[in-house]
Design a binder for this molecule. Structure first.
Ligand code: SAM
Length: 339
């Protein structure tokens, strides 16, 4: 539904979702996201003074909700490495107009935080998990983190009422294709749905090649051969995952085919980096600085005006224009902009 306050970009897309990166730091070094060679010991993460504080984030959220945002997702980096995240959740949970307040996490610290996050008003969590065997998972997270502790985090989130939980798995050719069936088998019938994400050419550090992408259609074919599936209708315009249900009633799976079937036409997402830049595309090369405005004593209407100007000028549709040439553009890292 379009409210009178809804702002549309140059392609008629409303701003509905805001993803907030609360930190550029992460305790994992996933080889496809923050490889150690690039994010090593001497990597310069953002200094504290450059990171938005909770009041600044709250102001941006209030202003964006006034322009039509209904879904807010906290991400990173790893959002749970930001201290007192529950406090921020509590501040956002009381903003009228937010229909969905969620968190994307690697779940390494989730078991210890799930109840406090739920108590503060978080509604759901999405957990990233790329394999169920330690050998593959540890090869991917590159810090020796075991699968069992991620599963403990999922269980704690479930117990705290943060379900239904979605699990995101990035599939990269030659690295974790066997995890497609493993994850499907494990989560079938549990109420937790798994979503397979095509490996994307975000950022610059992961050495992305088209050959590394396992197309979503291949994922569905593989699962369907073992556990027959049927497609489900999208629940709303702009739903990123294409969903399927198991014909035997064991729940659903989803695929996010951002490379093979781009969905820019329905993209209603804005992203706020930890240092207060607004990005209107995951594949953007630069953002729009809001921190300067926030730190010059801006009020809600000032920030809403700035957001309106940015959004009405938006014309990004990177994934639809992706070519071998665009892959080499100096894009911002996913760990910085927030996944
Ligand atoms: N640390 C949190 C986590 O692990 O969920 C939140 C941030 S992380 C950048 C968000 C998501 O982006 C994760 O599910 C991760 O697997 C995904 N991601 C990172 N790099 C990616 C890439 N090149 N292609 C597809 N997904 C990617």
């Amino acid at each position: 539904m379009t409210s009178p306050l809804t702002v549309l970009d140059t392609l008629g897309r409303p701003m509905r979702d805001l993803r907030i990166s609360v930190t550029d730091r992460c305790n994992f070094r996933c080889v496809y996201c923050m490889p150690k060679e690039v994010f090593g010991r001497d990597h310069a993460f953002l200094p504290r003074a450059e990171i938005l504080d909770f009041e600044e984030i709250e102001l941006v959220v209030r202003a964006s909700v006034a322009l039509g945002v209904r879904k807010v997702r906290l991400t990173g980096g790893e959002p749970l490495v930001r201290r007192n995240l529950e406090t921020l959740v509590g501040m956002l949970a009381v903003i009228e107009g937010i229909e969905d307040l969620t968190l994307t996490t690697n779940a390494s610290l989730l078991a210890g935080h799930a109840q406090a996050l739920a108590d503060a008003g978080l509604q759901r969590v999405t957990v990233s998990l790329d394999a169920l065997d330690d050998q593959t998972f540890q090869r991917m997270n590159d810090v020796g983190f075991p699968v069992s502790r991620v599963l403990d985090g999922i269980a704690a989130a479930e117990a705290a009422g943060l379900g239904p939980i979605k699990v995101n798995a990035v599939i990269r050719r030659g690295l974790n294709e066997h995890a497609i069936a493993d994850l499907a088998e494990h989560f079938r019938g549990t109420g937790t749905s798994i979503r397979y994400i095509e490996y994307m050419d975000v950022g610059h550090s992961n050495g992305w090649r088209l050959d590394d992408v396992v197309p979503a259609a291949e994922v569905i074919e593989l699962i369907n051969a073992r556990w027959p599936l049927e497609p489900l209708d999208p629940r709303y315009r702009g739903e990123v995952a294409q969903r399927y249900r198991y014909r035997d009633g064991a729940g659903e799976v989803g695929v996010i085919s951002s490379v093979t079937q781009p969905f820019c036409g329905d993209c209603t997402r804005a992203r706020l980096s930890a240092d207060g830049q607004l990005f209107t595309c995951l594949f953007a090369t630069s953002g729009h600085d809001l921190r300067g405005l926030l730190r010059s004593g801006a009020t809600d209407p000032d920030v809403a005006d700035a957001l309106r100007v940015i959004w009405t000028g938006r014309d990004d549709r990177y994934s639809e224009l992706r070519t071998l040439e665009t892959v080499d553009l100096p894009k911002v890292e996913m760990s910085f902009i927030g996944g």
